[in-house]
Design a protein around this ligand. Structure first.
Ligand code: GRF
Length: 202
């Protein structure tokens, strides 16, 4: 399957997808970053994957940016759009277009802690478990149906930084695995709140 990966930063999840691409039957057609000078772009260059910078600051509105992003994505006719640390709120028009073939990874055990600063929130709440979730992207921010999660324990002396590193390690295992389910045709979005794996509601 052909995929386009959207990033905004270091791209360690992108790296794990690149490293597993052959195994999970994914051909990454293009990496798009909304920020110039991020390390994720170097990762795509090293892997000889075409990339594109669409700096959101150069667009008049969110809609204009999303229109340009759709044009870039559609040049590659992807079967799957993979958000890997892509830090932009997307317009409904954009989401409607790719709903059912767009995945995101989020660093919390959703539905807990959508949005930012998830690691600190988990520590502040004295949670003993934290983790990462992969979900289909729908119009609710970080609110589409969860497909799979990985959990980590929160130690008593945990900082947001140590916890983030632990979670990220799990993300690198989780995301390629879920993408593989998708490329095998095992994963479907039935409606905005329901996903299935092998025909079974998750
Ligand atoms: C990850 O924690 C991901 O869950 C979140 O943003 C971070 C991206 O990290 N959406 P990286 O750019 O893949 O290293």
């Amino acid at each position: 399957m052909n995929g386009v990966v959207l990033i905004s930063g270091g791209g360690s999840n992108l790296q794990s997808i690149i490293d597993n691409a052959e195994k999970i039957n994914l051909s990454i057609q293009c990496v798009v970053s909304n920020r110039p000078d991020v390390y994720g772009l170097e990762r795509s260059a090293k892997a000889n994957i075409p990339s594109c910078i669409l700096d959101h600051k150069l667009f008049k509105s969110r809609r204009d940016f999303d229109q340009a992003l759709m044009s870039v994505i559609d040049e590659h006719q992807p079967d799957i759009v993979i958000l890997a640390g892509f830090m932009r709120i997307l317009t409904d028009e954009f989401i409607n277009k790719y709903q059912g073939r767009m995945l995101n990874i989020h660093p919390s055990l959703l539905p807990k802690y959508p949005g930012l600063n998830t690691h600190q929130q988990a520590i502040d709440a004295s949670d003993t478990l934290h983790g990462a979730s992969v979900h289909f992207v729908t119009k609710t921010l970080d609110g589409g149906p969860v497909i799979a999660q990985k959990k980590v324990k929160i130690n008593p002396e945990e900082s947001a930084e140590t916890l983030a590193a632990k979670v990220l390690k799990q993300e690198h295992v989780l995301y390629p695995e879920v993408i593989h389910w998708y490329t095998q045709g095992r994963l479907k979005l039935l409606d905005a709140t329901t996903a299935t794996l092998d025909g079974q509601v998750i």
